[in-house]
Design a protein around this ligand. Structure first.
Ligand SMILES: *Cc1c(COP(=O)(O)O)cnc(C)c1O
Length: 357
């Protein structure tokens, strides 16, 4: 009987590998450096006490707070349940199942392909160049047939590099009338000058994803934003669920966007960037380290001799990293989220212990 029910599942879901979220992978950690969360919490309280009414679908004060923060108009902003929901809504709104395709450029964030697979939308995988991790424009251009969305992560997760602005602009030009270019700026606060926000005016096919989960230190509330011209935002209004943002989430998100909280966010970014530079410097003096890749975000990608041994040793000592060895070009690589200074010190101490054995 149970077997019969299982047969009802859609064929593209049956063999789907779900996203391996940091929380799903588990581990008995004291030091969590595997989900690119902020190691420095920001503390908020709410005065809201009554919850009998549904929230607004798009809470007006939250929309205008974020619009102010990024210097856009209210009608260019959609608030979602994390940036992940933005990735999904775009596919829902623009891709015909079984017919249209997305392009994504590994090694990068996995959720673009996973959402496409769930929606039964084709995936064209166009890897970046091996050493620079820049996008392969020529290959993208020759593969645009049936493509509606092109996902680019900038700074790229897990490699930490910035995608060249001139390449993104060329991509926007090439695709102007045929596809949407989605720039995932989940980590842009760590490298704000590289944002594509100023180009929204000029390119109607540009879409930007943002989140409060990383620099804003609010991964727990699940709040993200899609930024685009109002025609695109209006289409997304058609497919978003009726009440995606809870009353409490909206209240805390608005507080996180006031002047003082933004200043605190920027201070945290400075601190984390300085911890990152310290960590990079320490790692490059350890013989087990083959290469530390330059990063513009709150994580670094590191290639190790004996990466498995290092990953396991740290894991058993309560320091949880993210293994990237299975990804294209990333053999022997681990991704390390930048922790607090004392967490960085602990990490280096443990790696040195192994190095000296
Ligand atoms: C963390 C992350 C997200 C997801 O952000 P949420 O707002 O927490 O859903 C999106 N894109 C990239 C590249 C990320 O690393």
């Amino acid at each position: 009987m149970k077997d019969k029910i299982i047969h009802l599942v859609r064929s593209n879901i049956k063999d789907l590998q779900p996203y391996e979220s940091a929380r799903r992978i588990g581990g008995n950690g004291k030091i969590w450096l595997n989900a690119n969360e902020s190691p420095i919490p920001s503390s908020f309280t709410t005065n809201i006490t009554l919850f009998n009414r549904y929230p607004e679908c798009q809470p007006k004060n939250l929309i205008s707070s974020y619009a102010d923060y990024v210097g856009l108009l209210n009608d260019q902003v959609l608030v979602t349940r994390g940036a992940d929901e933005g990735i999904e809504l775009l596919i829902k709104a623009f891709c015909n199942p079984g017919e249209d395709a997305i392009i994504y450029c590994p090694p990068t964030y996995d959720m673009y392909a996973i959402n496409a697979r769930i929606a039964n939308v084709k995936i064209k995988e166009i890897p970046t160049f091996r050493n620079t991790w820049q996008i392969n424009l020529e290959k993208i251009e020759s593969n645009l047939n049936k493509v509606k969305l092109i996902y680019i992560c900038n700074p790229n997760n897990p490699t930490g590099n910035i995608i060249l602005k001139k390449d993104i602009i060329n991509l926007l030009k090439i695709t102007l009338e045929c596809a949407l270019v989605v720039i995932d700026e989940a980590y842009i606060e760590f490298s704000p000058k590289n944002s594509m926000i100023d180009f929204l005016q000029q390119y109607p096919n540009l879409i930007i994803l943002r989140t409060l989960s990383k620099a804003f230190s609010l991964a727990g509330i699940r709040c993200g934003f899609t930024l685009a011209n109002k025609e695109i935002i209006n289409i997304l209004h058609k497919v978003i669920s009726p009440y995606p943002i809870s009353t409490i989430v909206a209240d805390i998100a608005v507080q996180s966007l006031n002047k003082n909280s933004i200043k605190n966010m920027q201070d945290r970014v400075l601190k984390i960037n300085s911890n990152r530079n310290w960590l990079v410097n320490e790692l490059s003096n350890i013989s087990l380290v083959e290469k530390v890749f330059y990063s513009n975000a709150n994580y670094i990608l590191v290639k190790f001799h004996m990466f498995e041994k290092i990953f396991q040793h740290l894991w058993t000592n309560g320091i949880i990293l993210r293994n990237q060895n299975h990804k294209i070009y990333l053999n022997k690589c681990l991704r390390i989220s930048i922790g607090s200074y004392s967490e960085c010190v602990r990490l280096i101490k443990e790696i040195k212990i192994l190095s000296n054995r």
